[in-house]
Design a protein around this ligand. Structure first.
Ligand SMILES: [Zn+2]
Length: 415
């Protein structure tokens, strides 16, 4: 089972936008670009919405059937670990093994010592084709990287083997993620992490490192684009090196988490993957929930009132809602309009504040992030919210498709 060169993580909180999302990929296909859809939903999302992986599978199967999608598609058990993977096993064929929380929790001493011993041959200058400055690998570097990442790699191996056993022969795609941490992994670190994962015999096809800069949910990249460019380019070359020297799958590619809305770096990513003829996986699920809110606000007064209610509740529960996303959210509280202020806005003012058009004078990334984590409020409305999704499916769907196609795909792939 192989993931295509270009793939896009779609999926949505309430399993209603599968067709609208797929439509954007079909439009890209009509324009000559083949992008494989992956419906991803994290364990965190399932817990907050109180949904189950079988519903994501159902959404993906139904959307692809109704839309006559005849290329592969996948359902991703996103950000799973040994303790929560069971319920995903039979419904998913893509597993994102998240080992972020095992980073910097050291492996046993003997394993680290053995790791240093086995990798001592790399000390000195290490040349990676395409990278001008050789990496300098010292014994201290090996000790440090063994300390930081060996335990995480061992855990990834454990989870991979567990999934493999439980799937009893049914193939699946493996991704390893370590993006939800504070410190980025350098290209040199990535190379040695890949070495550890190869040593665990994990046939990973995608890897999601933590890149430099902040990848806050639903808003643009915040960081130094030039530094990102250099790091991303080196990561691509490191992956080439790892594929050639470590026997990892030859379609191994980078996966960008919290990848929606990172408009500043899309042209950089687009340029570099074109230059080096590389694939990419980009996860965007959260942005679609924001389009549901925009669609509801655009629909009519009833829809807009529902949106105002969600904002009011989210505003009063900000800390609680942000907590599960602490590594990928940064809201300036003083820049949030009060619910009473929003109550008097017309729908255009609200839409322009929320919709991701960065140079619009009304656009407010703080409100956007708060709504991003506010889907718990909609989940608690239960049938009331779902009814609205059905009633206003058309106007919501239009926003969902347009957002993925125009603001994401066209910017990233430059067509
Ligand atoms: Zn992630």
């Amino acid at each position: 089972m192989r993931l295509g060169k270009y793939s896009f993580g779609i999926g949505d909180r309430f399993n209603h936008q599968g067709k609208a999302q797929l439509k954007a990929l079909m439009m890209a296909r009509d324009a000559g670009l083949e992008i494989i859809p992956v419906w991803n939903k994290s364990n965190r999302e399932h817990q907050i919405v109180k949904s189950t992986p079988d519903l994501t599978r159902q959404e993906a199967d139904e959307a692809t059937m109704v839309m006559n999608w005849d290329l592969p598609y996948f359902v991703d058990a996103d950000h799973i670990n040994l303790f929560n993977v069971d319920k995903f096993i039979e419904h998913c064929d893509f597993f994102t093994i998240d080992v972020a929380e095992y980073i910097s929790k050291p492996a046993v001493d003997e394993d680290v010592e053995e790791y240093i011993e086995n990798n001592r041959k790399y000390t000195g200058k290490l040349h990676v084709t395409g990278i001008d400055d050789d990496f300098t690998i010292t014994e201290d570097f090996l000790a440090e990287i063994g300390f930081k990442f060996l335990n995480a790699a061992q855990e990834a191996g454990k989870i991979y083997r567990y999934i493999n056993k439980r799937r009893s022969g049914k193939d699946f795609i493996t991704e390893i993620s370590m993006d939800e941490v504070d410190n980025p992994q350098t290209p040199a670190e990535l190379l040695f992490i890949l070495g550890m994962l190869a040593n665990e015999k994990i046939p990973l096809q995608t890897i999601a490192p933590k890149f430099t800069g902040r990848f806050n949910k639903g808003i643009d990249y915040s960081g130094d684009p030039a530094q990102f460019r250099q790091e991303f380019e080196q990561d691509l070359l490191v992956i080439d090196h790892a594929v050639n020297s470590l026997g990892l799958p030859d379609n191994l590619k980078l996966s960008i988490h919290s990848g929606s809305d990172k408009f500043t770096i899309y042209p950089i990513i687009g340029d570099l993957i074109a230059q080096y003829d590389k694939g990419i996986h980009l996860k965007t699920a959260g942005t679609t929930w924001l389009e549901e809110i925009i669609g509801l606000a655009e629909a009519d007064e009833e829809g807009f009132n529902l949106v105002k209610e969600i904002y009011r509740d989210a505003y009063s529960r900000k800390d609680e809602l942000c907590k599960p996303y602490s590594a990928v959210i940064r809201i300036e509280e003083s820049s949030l309009p009060s619910p009473d202020t929003v109550h008097h806005w017309d729908s255009n003012k609200f839409i322009n504040t929320l919709r991701h058009v960065p140079d619009h004078p009304d656009y407010n990334p703080n409100l956007r992030q708060l709504i991003h984590v506010g889907y718990k409020v909609a989940a608690e409305m239960d049938e009331r919210y779902v009814k609205a999704l059905k009633k206003y499916a058309e106007v919501i769907g239009k926003n969902v498709t347009e957002n993925i196609y125009e603001r994401h795909l066209q910017r990233l792939f430059k067509f």
